[in-house]
Write a protein that binds this ligand. Structure first.
Ligand SMILES: NC(=O)c1ccc[n+]([C@@H]2O[C@H](COP(=O)([O-])OP(=O)(O)OC[C@H]3O[C@@H](n4cnc5c(N)ncnc54)[C@H](OP(=O)(O)O)[C@@H]3O)[C@@H](O)[C@H]2O)c1
Length: 216
């Protein structure tokens, strides 16, 4: 796949690197320094390069939106027309000092994004895990028991693409349903963040759902 990274920080930098190592063509975009984007592309090896958000979006099979909520409007403007594009968003609608959600309960950041770009195919994924766990999950991808990763969206094709990208990182994708379920997954991340950052066991935390029904 050709993947455009919109926001090459903790999440975008790591996920883009992993996808490049998994064989995808990756364009890193949107950081405050072009040098950083170039270095990310160099270090990722594989078919990775740096570019502008517009270049990242061009011909992309999937885009990862990984910016602070306050930067979403700016990066979308720079990316240009995203009609028909699959946008996988891990961006949480956090306030300026990252202490709380500014959209919750009756809507979600993912739904607000879908309203902003109605012709794009928005999938919410990756926002429920800390960036610190991503390389560890990728390294463990050949082990039998993979951690779960919930995702949701309203577009079947977009969800199929997202599920593949989730598998490529080393997670077991868990389809949580339509995009409005992001109302539950986004606050769930605050629990994950509490477990990851408040204790003294380190932030390399993932989760796994287990079923105990007769068919399992
Ligand atoms: N970090 C996590 O563990 C985690 C987990 C789950 C969800 N999330 C969500 O994922 C999203 C991204 O988080 P993150 O931790 O990856 O954020 P981050 O490390 O701050 O990355 C954001 C990216 O946006 C770039 N940027 C910021 N302001 C810019 C500007 N004015 N012009 C150009 N580029 C600019 C940053 O540039 P620089 O590289 O130059 O700083 C960086 O590359 C957020 O919405 C967050 O809530 C994060």
């Amino acid at each position: 796949m050709r993947i455009g990274i919109l926001g090459s920080g903790l999440m975008g930098g790591k996920l883009g690197t992993i996808w490049a190592r998994a064989g995808h063509e990756v364009v890193f975009s949107y950081a405050r320094s072009e040098q950083k984007l170039k270095k990310l592309a160099r270090d990722a090896k594989g078919k990775a390069r740096s570019g502008t958000p517009r270049e990242a979006a061009q011909d992309a099979d999937a885009l990862l939106l990984a910016v602070h909520w306050s930067r979403v409007e700016d990066v979308l403007k720079q990316a240009g027309d995203l009609s028909g594009k699959v946008i996988v968003t891990c961006s949480l609608p956090m306030n300026a000092d990252d202490t709380g959600l500014v959209i919750a309960h009756t809507s979600s950041g993912a739904e607000a994004l879908a309203k902003r770009v109605p012709k794009a195919r928005v999938v919410s994924a990756f926002g429920t895990v800390p960036s610190e766990v991503l390389f560890g999950v990728f390294e463990a991808r050949r082990k039998a028991r993979r951690p779960s990763l919930v995702y949701c969206g309203d577009d079947a094709g977009g969800k199929k693409t997202a599920a593949q990208l989730i598998r490529d990182v080393g997670f077991d994708p868990v389809d949580a349903g339509p995009l409005r379920i992001a109302r539950y997954t986004e606050p769930f991340t605050l629990l994950i963040a509490q477990l990851a950052y408040a204790g003294d066991e380190g932030p390399e935390l993932a989760y796994r759902f287990e079923r105990f029904g007769k068919t399992h």
